[in-house]
Design a binder for this molecule. Structure first.
Ligand SMILES: *Cc1c(COP(=O)(O)O)cnc(C)c1O
Length: 396
């Protein structure tokens, strides 16, 4: 457990953030400020701030083009998009999902009065293990909510097969999977709906933001009603909708970010490959599997440290002003609102439990220097070596 108080931690973060040599796990990419102010001037002139404004419409079209998908419905954040996706498909009862994700995945079910049923993950991809789904299906199961963790595609074909056999809907939490393709096909084209996040920590950011992706024009229409209180026209409300609308400032930023996203993904790839080269073969350290046939977006650089060594590494990095993060630890199934569920018992989730104990995400963002990667790897190597060989007891 951390011995620092919350205030100490915040102070450390703020000092570290402004001190220059600190490395945070990620840092948002922004376009040149002048480019953004030019868009702001247009918004100020038009005074159309939200409700399907010009930038909003442009961003929906350009994103659909860029991503290679049918339709994009923008949202003010990914969580509201997830909540709305479940509403749009009228999901109820039980939904099979992964405990190895950001907590919003299950919270979206919870807020819809749906029971999450936790399914274990595949040891290679850390995505929902399709071989374990069928045993969890009951008469109350209505859908599967997988996550493409770290942007690695879930086993979309096998999940589709199971969903077809049992008549289940599939909603992908694709918040990590912006731009990911498999055999030239966007990974967002699988399932009934996919949900994106454009939060500050994601590879494409509108500060806060999100989207639902679908290839069904009718569904796109329904999504757009639901995110605007359910209004179909001035006097018709067709569903108990919500306010999930993205505003014009967010959309303007998105239009600018699209210009830069490819070069940023390339920078991430270059840094990720350097990490992989420098960390290859360290005993007790496993790197994330990245399938060669996938066009990755290189979101996140997780590594997995053998039993007990992870927190020692986390502490050693922090002492050196390197703020790695343990995504995803704790598992969602450990949080108080979920741990009483029958499917949350650790015996049901051995692979996820083990991954959560070993994982640490190292800093990765386009503005990082190669020397930064070398510095992080130096610390990782020294901790791993001392842990594996000389003094194993001291760090447990
Ligand atoms: C970021 C994220 C979310 C939530 O998105 P917000 O835009 O922050 O609301 C949900 N699921 C996963 C897997 C995420 O990484």
């Amino acid at each position: 457990m951390d011995t620092m108080s919350k205030d100490d931690l915040l102070n450390t973060f703020e000092t570290a953030h402004s001190s220059g040599d600190a490395l945070m796990v990620t840092r948002p990419d922004l376009p040149p400020l002048e480019e953004f102010t030019a868009y702001l001037e247009k918004i100020w002139d038009r005074k159309w701030l939200t409700n399907n404004g010009l930038f909003h419409r442009q961003l929906e079209e350009r994103l659909a083009d860029y991503l290679g998908v049918g339709h994009v419905s923008l949202f003010s954040n990914g969580t509201l998009a997830l909540l709305s996706a479940l509403q749009v498909l009228r999901i109820k009862g039980e939904v099979i999902t992964t405990p190895y994700s950001f907590v919003a995945t299950s919270h979206a079910l919870n807020w819809n009065g749906i029971t999450p049923v936790f399914c274990d993950i595949d040891p290679l991809t850390l995505n929902l293990d399709p071989a374990r789904i069928e045993a969890l299906i009951t008469p109350n199961t209505t859908a599967i909510l997988p996550v493409h963790v770290y942007g690695n595609p879930a086993d979309v074909r096998e999940i589709e097969r199971i969903a077809d056999v049992y008549g289940l809907k599939v909603i992908y939490d694709a918040c990590h999977a912006f731009g990911v393709r498999e055999g030239r096909e966007s990974i967002l084209n699988y399932g009934d709906l996919s949900v994106l996040s454009f939060h500050a920590t994601k590879i494409f950011t509108t500060m806060e933001g999100g989207a639902i992706v679908t290839n069904d024009a009718k569904l796109k229409q329904r999504i757009d009603y639901i995110k605007n209180f359910g209004f179909a026209d001035e006097t018709t409300v067709m569903a108990p909708g919500i306010n999930g609308k993205m505003n014009e400032m967010q959309a303007a930023l998105g239009l600018l970010q699209l210009k830069y996203v490819d070069e940023r993904i390339r920078a991430r790839e270059r840094l990720s490959r350097l990490y992989r080269e420098l960390l290859a073969g360290l005993p007790g350290l496993t790197l994330l599997h990245r399938a060669p046939e996938v066009e990755h977006n290189w979101a996140y650089f997780p590594v997995f440290v053998e039993e007990g060594g992870r927190d020692a590494l986390y502490g050693a990095l922090r002492e050196r002003n390197i703020y790695a993060r343990r995504y995803f630890y704790p598992l969602i199934s450990h949080f108080p609102m979920y741990r009483g569920l029958p499917s949350a018992v650790p015996e049901n989730l051995p692979v996820a439990e083990a991954a959560a104990q070993k994982v640490i995400c190292l800093p990765l963002y386009p503005a990082m220097e190669e020397a930064d990667v070398e510095r992080v790897c130096g610390v990782v190597a020294s901790v791993i070596k001392s842990y594996s060989y000389s003094e194993p007891e001291s760090v447990i």
